[in-house]
Every structure is written in structure tokens, then in C-alpha cells.
Design a protein around this ligand. Structure first.
Ligand SMILES: Nc1ncnc2c1ncn2[C@@H]1O[C@H](COP(=O)(O)OP(=O)(O)OP(=O)(O)O)[C@@H](O)[C@H]1O
Ligand SMILES: [Mg+2]
Length: 354
């Protein structure tokens, strides 16, 4: 055997589809959450019979499929063509955290364009008229991040046929909610429990099958990642470790991802909080926004100096993803020394890209 037999060539990659490891990627099936999906669907069903829907509060710790299961139900609704006769409005309150931003988002979803210079209260009147034309499913994800609950009160009070689904990590959300809103909401409660070890392994195995080339991820290596993910109870951590292990293996020009690569990936995350991992995408985008016009190398240097932990390879892949999504642009500049890629942020806001 030659010393270089096991080495990846320049253009070879262990990854088949890196997008599959994004946290907001929605898999074809969301295993182990069938009962919860059924429950969510039951709350919406009355709307299909032109009755008022049931409201629902979904609770549970981070990274256990609350958003994914809910989005899955909405996708089914759309795929069955059932959403044609209703409005389906999904709002992430981490991104839209005031009544005004939520109202603008609803206007946008309703394709209502006359928003310039209008006061929030006037816009609310406009959207209520529009929304009452069909039954509405509202999903407010990360509802605890919403700074004021005025919009909830208004929607509960003034929309006739609706299901309001609220998703939160906070166990105290309902207890802290204004009495007038709570008594109008009267939600069913659906509490998501974290996954057991076998389920964690099943989910990560499925993701790895889509994300990596065939037979590159060693079974025992995957188990290591599943154990760590099960310990931390957040699937996002597992997705991060899958990607990181793949990167480490590629950096070593290995054709397979071994237990050793996974151990190194796990070592790297010790000391980083899951919140840091979750917000990585936003962090990288903000960094590009603040340093528009710099090269990818320079951006990675700034990112690392500010405590960023992802390798240059992962970082530049993320940048390429953003280019593909049209969020940023890459220009080639020719100088005496050769070519440099300049990364520029486009004028649209971050919030337009969820
Ligand atoms: N049963 C599952 N099958 C496949 N992927 C899953 C499953 N459960 C969770 N995931 C994946 O794990 C990641 C985290 O899930 P999700 O975003 O739904 O978490 P969450 O419970 O909403 O967390 P948070 O409270 O932090 O928002 C996502 O990438 C999601 O696709
Ligand atoms: Mg979520």
C-alpha cells in the first residue's frame, strides 16, 4: 500500500450535501415525533371544517424538535393543498421581537405593501381586515423573546377563526402571561420530552446518511457523537459534531471519519455553549455585514480573534452557502499577486432570510 492511498484528492469531499446539517434544514420525516405532529394537526383540523381552531402551547428544552415537528405539520398542510384556503403565518419572535416587527412580517406574508410611514395601530387594523377573510394558523416560535404581547391580545380578540400555536423553552411562560391574554388563549399544552439514546442515534444516523458520502462515517464514530448529544440533550450539538468531525477528517485528508476525528470534535466543543453553536450562522452573517468588502481570509481572521471556533474550511463553506442563497455576493479582484475574493453584504436585512 502506498503512503498516499488513503488521502483525499483536492476536489474530493466527504460531504455529499452540507445543507442537510444546517439547523433549519427540515428533513423528509421527523422521526419519533409522530404523536406530537398528530396533536398539532388536531388543533388545526377544525379550521378545515370552517370552525374555530384550538390554541396550543408547545414547551420543552432546546434542540428537541419542537420547531421541526411544527414546520413538518405546516408543510403537510401545504403539500395536501389545504393551506390554499387559509393563511399560515409562522413568525420567529427571536427575529421579530416587537409588535411592530411582527405586524410588518404579517403584512409581508399577506403581500400587503402599503406599510410605508404607517403607525403600528393603523397597520393592525389593516391586517385584521385581511386576516378575517380566511381561517388563520399562527405560529409564534420562541414566543418568550417577544418583548410585548400586544399583538397576541389583538389577534386573539379580533380574528374569528384561528389556531394560535406558541412555542417556548420557558416553563413559566403561561404563568407570567397577562391574565387577559391567558383567558383568551386557553391553550392545549404539548410538552416535548428530550430524546432517549436510541432516538438520538436514529436521528443523527439519518442526517449523516444524507450529509456524507456512502460509508465514510464509521458506525462507532457516530455512536460517540450520539452519546455526547444524548448527554447534552440537544440535537443541534450532534449536527455540529457531525459537521466538525467531517471537517477534521477532511483537513487530515482522510477518506473516512473515525472515532478519533469525532473525539477531536468533541474536545473542541468543551467550553462552548450550545447557544454559541445555535447562533453561529447569525454571528457569521453579522460579521460579514460589519466588515463588508473584506476577503474571506480576513473575515475568518476577525471571526477567530472574536472567539469564533470554526475552521477556515467550515467558515468559507458557510460563506459560499450565503452566496448561493443570495444573501451576500463574492467579487473576484485581480491584483499583481493574483486573485482575491471580496465578500460583500447585500442591502437586504438579515430578517428577510429565514
Ligand atoms: N425527530 C427528528 N428528526 C430529525 N431531525 C430532528 C428531529 N428532532 C430534531 N431534529 C433536528 O434537530 C435540530 C433542532 O430541532 P428544532 O429546531 O426543532 O429544536 P427546538 O426544539 O425547536 O429547539 P429550540 O427550543 O432551541 O428552538 C433541527 O435541525 C431539527 O431538524
Ligand atoms: Mg425552535
Amino acid at each position: 500500500m502506498n503512503l498516499f492511498d488513503n488521502m483525499l484528492k483536492g476536489e474530493e469531499s466527504l460531504f455529499l450535501d452540507l445543507n442537510v446539517l444546517d439547523y433549519d434544514y427540515l428533513p423528509h420525516i421527523i422521526k419519533y415525533r409522530e404523536n406530537q405532529q398528530q396533536y398539532i394537526a388536531e388543533c388545526i383540523k377544525p379550521l378545515l371544517q370552517n370552525k374555530n381552531g384550538k390554541n396550543l402551547l408547545i414547551t420543552g428544552t432546546p434542540g428537541i424538535g419542537k420547531t421541526a415537528a411544527t414546520k413538518f405539520v405546516l408543510r403537510e398542510l401545504e403539500e395536501k393543498g389545504l393551506s390554499d384556503n387559509m393563511f399560515v403565518i409562522f413568525i420567529n419572535c427571536w427575529k421579530k421581537d416587537t409588535t411592530h416587527k411582527v405586524v410588518l412580517e404579517i403584512c409581508d406574508k399577506l403581500k400587503y405593501r402599503f406599510t410605508m410611514g404607517k403607525h403600528t395601530d393603523d397597520l393592525i387594523k389593516d391586517i385584521i381586515k385581511l386576516l378575517n377573510k380566511k381561517p388563520v394558523v399562527f405560529v409564534f416560535d420562541e414566543i418568550d423573546k417577544l418583548q410585548d404581547m400586544q399583538i397576541l391580545y389583538v389577534l386573539l380578540e379580533d380574528i374569528y377563526k384561528k389556531t394560535v400555536i406558541l412555542i417556548t423553552n420557558s416553563n413559566y411562560f403561561l404563568a407570567n402571561l397577562d391574565n387577559r391574554i391567558r383567558s383568551r388563549l386557553m391553550p392545549e399544552i404539548l410538552d416535548f420530552k428530550s430524546y432517549n439514546l436510541a432516538e438520538t442515534n436514529g436521528i443523527l444516523k439519518q442526517r449523516a446518511e444524507y450529509a456524507f458520502a456512502k460509508n465514510v462515517f464509521d458506525e462507532n464514530a457516530l455512536k460517540l457523537i450520539s452519546n455526547k448529544t444524548f448527554e447534552k440533550k440537544d440535537i443541534r450539538l450532534g449536527l455540529h459534531l457531525l459537521r466538525e468531525s467531517g471537517d477534521i477528517a477532511e483537513n487530515e485528508s482522510s477518506k473516512v471519519i473515525t472515532e478519533n476525528h469525532c473525539k477531536k470534535a468533541i474536545e473542541k466543543i468543551n467550553g462552548i455553549s450550545i447557544e454559541d453553536i445555535k447562533e453561529n450562522k447569525e454571528i457569521i452573517l453579522n460579521l460579514i455585514k460589519e466588515n463588508s468588502g473584506k476577503s474571506c481570509n480576513e473575515l475568518h481572521e476577525i471571526y477567530s480573534k472574536n472567539g469564533g471556533t470554526q475552521s477556515y474550511r467550515t467558515f468559507s463553506r458557510k460563506v459560499s452557502d450565503f452566496v448561493d442563497q443570495g444573501i451576500i455576493s463574492r467579487k473576484e479582484l485581480h491584483s499583481g499577486a493574483g486573485k482575491t475574493s471580496i465578500i460583500e453584504y447585500k442591502t437586504k436585512t438579515l430578517d428577510e432570510f429565514d
